[in-house]
Design a protein around this ligand. Structure first.
Ligand code: FAD
Length: 277
């Protein structure tokens, strides 16, 4: 590859001290790939609030900009202002702004925001250009959307509310990404849409996640992975081939960068980057 491709890496906030220590060493390893930023997820309804804040601020202090994910469903203007003030004062410059999903059993807690576009508009109105704002995109359609066209219209409304850039849900079909970007551009929206890349590490987890978030594992890939049974090395070898090829095709097609769902591990992501040269 002649010019370096911008990459970013996503973590989830660890639940235990051991997980946290491990994350710090994974962070050190991934820093060698010169990421543009790291991001840390946030349990909707604030369920990981403290762990997300602490992780983001510590990683940001370690030299590479780090972006908290922030979901607005069930939140009040007051709580989000408190959080955003805190991030601003700690030197955080980028936010991944989301609606989120309330955990089942939490019911409808009310709150001042309905969609991620409300959060984007709120951040812009209150903080001007202080934060770079990333939003989520769904090349295979958000699972709750009534149809693909409406989902893209809603995405464009969210982008126009003041987002700088978008990160997609993961997918394994280049055509889905190309179609999504073409439809977004057709509506006059030109923000970068960065593919979200999920390395293949564990088949049952991947199938479970994919069913929950509406990401498609194509039949040709699912069948190959299922045929591996418990042969982890074989699964990871197939995953590495498939995901590296996906990344290569996306970049050849003009994708502006790659955002890796690292699952708090360094080697699967670094192996893909290594293949890409
Ligand atoms: P929105 O953009 O608000 O869209 C949600 C749904 O509402 C869509 O179906 C959309 O079509 C529809 N919609 C939007 N606007 C309107 C409107 N005006 N009228 C009618 N319908 C509308 N979840 C977490 O809990 N924590 C995380 O850290 C997290 N990180 C993520 C990171 C990425 C990159 C991605 C892709 C997803 C992430 N998620 C996370 C999951 C996300 O919270 C869920 O997918 C959630 O269901 C939707 O969030 P959103 O920000 O995309 O919502």
């Amino acid at each position: 590859m002649s010019t370096p491709v911008p990459v970013s890496f996503e973590f989830f906030p660890p639940k235990t001290d051991a997980g946290y220590d491990k994350l710090l060493s994974v962070h050190t390893e991934l820093k060698t790939a010169n990421p543009e930023f790291f991001s840390v997820t946030y349990g909707a309804g604030g369920s990981t609030q403290e762990r997300t804040i602490n992780t983001v601020i510590e990683l940001n202090r370690r030299g590479v900009p780090t972006a908290p994910h922030l979901s607005c469903i069930g939140a009040t203007t007051e709580t989000l202002t408190g959080l955003l003030d805190h991030y601003r004062d700690a030197g955080i410059e980028r936010i991944v702004a989301l609606r989120g999903d309330l955990p089942s059993g939490m019911g409808n807690t009310g709150g001042d925001f309905r969609y991620a576009s409300d959060l984007v508009a709120f951040i812009r109105q209150r903080y001007g250009d202080r934060f770079t704002i990333e939003v989520a995109a769904y090349p295979e359609m958000h699972p709750q959307a009534p149809n693909f066209d409406r989902d893209i219209d809603n995405f464009v409304t969210k982008a126009n509310a003041g987002a700088n850039s978008a990160i997609t849900q993961y997918f394994y079909s280049v055509d889905a990404y190309k179609h999504f970007v073409a439809e977004v551009r057709r509506r006059g929206c030109d923000i970068p849409v960065v593919p979200g890349i999920m390395p293949i590490i564990n088949v049952s987890n991947l199938i479970r996640f994919s069913d929950a978030c509406g990401a498609d594992i194509p039949r040709w890939l699912r069948k190959q992975l299922e045929a591996c049974s418990d042969d982890t090395a074989r699964i990871q070898a197939i995953g590495l081939d498939v995901v590296s090829t996906l990344c290569r095709e996306l970049l050849d097609d003009g994708a502006p960068g790659l955002h890796f769902y690292t699952m708090n591990r360094a080697e699967p992501t670094l192996a893909i980057l290594d293949r890409l040269g």
